[in-house]
Design a binder for this molecule. Structure first.
Ligand code: FAD
Length: 416
């Protein structure tokens, strides 16, 4: 059994198949595991230098498959869950979203009512849209609409869009409301914010992402799984005696090269990428006591305190940054942080690292969901995995793990 791709999809498939007694070989082209959710040494010439993540990755409590994978790997306790979300505006005003001891969906009602970033009209509009979200998610036409079309239909106020709907949806789907499918957006709100009273809690890895997978290698994947790093597979030949089953767990734009006769070329052409920029900044002194912050009204979207020293990871999904050089992005980030956090005005950046991922995720456009393929292919012994396959989830670590589990289950079924 051969798996091509050592990202979360491939690793999740390996964990499940290893546990089911299959002898599994994982081939990963790069010298480390984790794919897009990986870490590497800050100084590429010194493998022992500080490790940083490709970009800060977070999950929410309702990512049940991902947490199952972390448990299998013995690293579930390395995820810190935060039950308070801090929304910060330029000038430094903070709104806190936290749970009340009320059943869902009322558990966050008081936080929304108290938000100072919104006025009463915005809050009435927010309540009415949230009320419609669960119901409209099941509408037949929901995936043909963009999220902004849905918000217009519901008469969402411009400020509620700017300060609530947009920041949450860009964080969850990595796409702007004008471009994102309303179906995918409503799924996130229905499951993430309204699902249960804890589902909105945000999980932040307490260690670099790479440490989660080294532990997976040592403890989680089991002795029947062998991982070969720096092992780029050129092509998968389904009839070759090299393996009885194959799982192709690579991003959508790399599938056709590996499986040229799969018959999915037209479908794959419908997929587009959406970027994310990760900005790592090391300050000479603290600029905020917050563990994290959702940043409103500017290009930056999130800030995470990385704990050691005064190291902050800042994230932006803005397409405006895609063509900007790294030094300009670092300067823009500093200028914006100085607007949000007055203490940053007297702090200096000692070093910075900007990582632009132009192919961060696929863009979850209206109508795309019905084109996402399942794990089966025209070859009875070849299966697909990856965050872009049909999982019911957007391009996330949760989606990737679900896809890996689905492909593994398909292999198990085909082998019996
Ligand atoms: C900057 C950024 C921030 C993100 N933030 C979040 C977040 O906060 N929360 C969240 O849930 N998700 C986030 N995501 C999305 C998440 O990282 C992905 O959805 C998920 O990691 C995809 O996993 P995957 O296994 O499907 O694909 P990948 O991680 O892309 O794994 C595919 C692997 O296949 C390997 N490969 C490709 N071709 C070959 C070949 N021919 N031979 C061998 N190996 C090959 C690649 O090297 C890669 O390791 C973010 C992504 C990015 C880029």
């Amino acid at each position: 059994m051969k798996i091509v791709g050592g990202g979360l999809a491939g690793l999740a498939a390996a964990a499940k198949l290893g546990a089911a007694g299959f002898s599994v070989e994982v081939h990963e082209a790069r010298p480390f595991l984790g794919g897009r959710a990986a870490s590497f040494p800050l100084n590429p010439a010194d493998p022992d230098s500080e490790r940083i993540d490709n970009c800060q990755h977070v999950l929410i409590r309702c990512c049940t498959a991902l947490m199952d994978f972390y448990r299998r790997c013995g690293v579930a306790d390395k995820i810190d869950f935060h039950d308070r979300l801090f929304l910060v505006r330029p000038g430094g005003a903070i709104d806190t979203i936290r749970r009340d001891p009320l059943p869902a969906p009322m558990h966050l009602a008081r936080s929304f009512v108290s938000m100072r970033a919104l006025d009463w009209r915005d809050k009435l509009s927010l309540a009415s849209c949230l009320g419609a979200a669960k119901r409209d998610r099941l509408r037949d036409d929901i995936d043909t609409l963009s999220f902004s079309e849905w918000l217009r239909e519901k008469r969402a106020t411009p400020r509620s869009v700017k300060r609530f709907w947009r920041p949450f949806i860009v964080s969850a789907l990595n796409e702007e409301p004008e471009r994102a499918s309303a179906g995918a957006a409503l799924q996130v709100f229905a499951e993430g914010l309204l699902g249960s009273s804890s589902s909105y809690e945000m999980g932040v890895p307490a260690v670099p992402l790479g440490e989660l997978y080294s532990s997976a290698l040592e403890r989680g994947l089991g002795s029947s799984v062998r991982v070969q790093l720096k092992s780029k597979v050129k092509v998968i030949e389904p009839a070759s005696p090299e393996a009885d089953f194959y799982i192709c767990a690579v991003p959508f734009h790399q599938v056709s090269k590996l499986l040229p006769n799969l018959g999915l070329d037209e479908t794959l052409l419908q997929f587009e990428h959406s970027p994310i920029t990760g900005i790592h900044l090391w300050f000479d002194k603290p600029i905020t006591d917050l563990p994290h912050a959702m940043l409103l009204d500017r290009e930056l979207q999130w800030l995470f305190h990385k704990g050691h020293g005064y190291y902050l990871a800042v994230v932006s999904a803005s397409r405006n940054l895609s063509d900007e050089p790294a030094d300009r992005i670092a300067r823009l980030a500093l200028a914006e942080l100085r607007e949000f956090f007055p203490k940053a005005r007297t702090a200096a950046v000692e070093k910075s690292r900007v990582i632009k991922e132009i192919r961060a995720t696929y863009s979850i456009r209206p109508g795309l969901d019905r084109l996402r393929p399942g794990s089966g292919t025209r070859y009875p012994n070849v299966f697909l995995a990856g965050d872009w396959t049909k999982t019911g989830w957007p391009a996330t670590m949760e989606g990737a793990v679900r896809s890996g589990y689905q492909a593994a289950e398909a292999v198990i079924a085909a082998a019996h």
